[in-house]
Design a protein around this ligand. Sequence first.
Ligand code: 5AD
Length: 458
Amino acid sequence: MRARTMGGTTISAMHLPTRRTHTTQRISPWLPLTKNEPHLPTSQTELTERIRPLANLWGLGDNFLTLDTPNYSLNKDQLLSVLSLPLPGEPGWNDPEQTQILQGLYTAANVVCTTHHQDKVHYRGLLEFSNICRANCNYCGIRRSMHLEERYTLDEDTIMEVAKWSAERGYGSIMLQSGEVPTQKRTDFVAKMISRIVDETGLGVSISVGELPDHFYQQLKEAGAKRYLLRIETSNPELFAKLHPPNQTFEKRLDRLRSLKRHGYMVGTGVMIGLPGQTREDLANDLLFFVEEDVDMIGMGPYIFQRGTPVGDWWEQENPLLSEATRQGEKATPEQVEVLDKHAAAMFELTTRMVALARITMGDVNVAATTALQTIHPTGREVALMRGANILMPILTPTIHRANYQLYEGKVCIDESAKQCRSCLELRVGAAGKRIAYGEQGDPPHYTKKLQTAGDRF
Ligand code: 5AD
């Protein structure tokens, strides 16, 4: 099975036309392997040596980072200087000087991550409990106007069964995710599931059910939900407008994000990387946005082409070579495969640069190694864990429903059971020199402080 990619100077996304699992994926020669990632430095001298090229790029002394630095504020120029370095397939990629800078970056991210989270990786089991959605996001595979074989909502017993299974196996928390259904009936259902899970399993519950009015956020918080994930998708309002229908505005999304914070949730957000029309400056601004909004969790992944969506069409127009190569499917020429491979590697590189920069600037924030990352790289999540991520989200969705929860094409693991996911991920985490912190919920230390100082707001 091939990974398909395209290089080029503008960032754009990829197209993975076939469904597959990581066990059958071919590793493109352009993609990084866990064993080639720099290990953690064991002394300050080693760290200083390693980050010198990066410090030079940023105009800093090479002692800007120590083995226990909590975080380091970077300005827009510094962020851009890293994001603008060549990507796989671009001239200058793999120049020794650039390789040293990037190794310094990933070392720095891993050091900051270890300062806060030691070698721990936290599990957040992901249960996609319904694919019914009233939103019509222009990029998404489960948008309202997409025809799907089945629109499902899991029943109470099934959800509880999955939650109990997770608790018995030492998961610290579960994420309930679904399409957006802003009705009282749906909110009552979700609230009931949250309180049952909290009462009967002791798991921490995170939710990701879209933009809802204040009183629903309140109700779900009171039911016991602790974290809420609502991606901003991009911090550029003009680009946001192109990614959504007119009734879904940037202002509203931002307002909802802030409302979640007011309601006392630990708030997660994130962006897609490699969207058509997105620039590297947009990505630098995305990082500054996370800092400004002081978010607690970040989930970022590459944009992945989804056929039959407006953004998919836009992406095809912007990437004629890639579009043509993917249309060829298995008949793609070796040259076309090469172009496609380079593109996946470029998207992977850019996404993990964002992960590393988020970690360095934000310190103890929770950063997820996302499923979308693994979709473009079979061992992508492990590499991300070595570049600053600390959260893994094993999919718990019953296998029969996974094919109908494809936010994008080629989503990984849709044929696997939750049991297979667990053992597979344990091996992967070990390969990244980390261990799974079973039973822990993984609250960043600053969140506990925030709760203590927030007084009666919560
Ligand atoms: N490619 C990558 N990520 C996507 N999402 C939705 N569609 C796509 C796509 N085509 C992500 C969005 C959303 C999350 C649930 O899934 O960022 O917030």
